[in-house]
Design a protein around this ligand. Structure first.
Ligand SMILES: [Zn+2]
Length: 61
């Protein structure tokens, strides 16, 4: 339980940006907004996606 809370807090603090695409916003642009299969943007998207899943899991719980 402690570990779960810890992970949530870490995700809370992450404000990552892609150096090549500073305007990319996974929340707004989604997966289709990733330019040229940029791996950093994919990571940002994954992070956002995991964050949403954690949030909904937390709500369901
Ligand atoms: Zn990028």
């Amino acid at each position: 339980m402690f570990q779960f809370t810890y992970k949530l807090r870490v995700a809370e603090r992450v404000k990552a940006k892609c150096e090549r695409h500073p305007r990319y916003n996974p929340e707004r642009d989604g997966r289709g907004g990733i330019k040229g299969g940029c791996s950093t943007c994919f990571s940002l998207y994954d992070l956002h996606h995991v964050r949403l899943m954690l949030d909904s899991a937390h709500r369901d719980f």
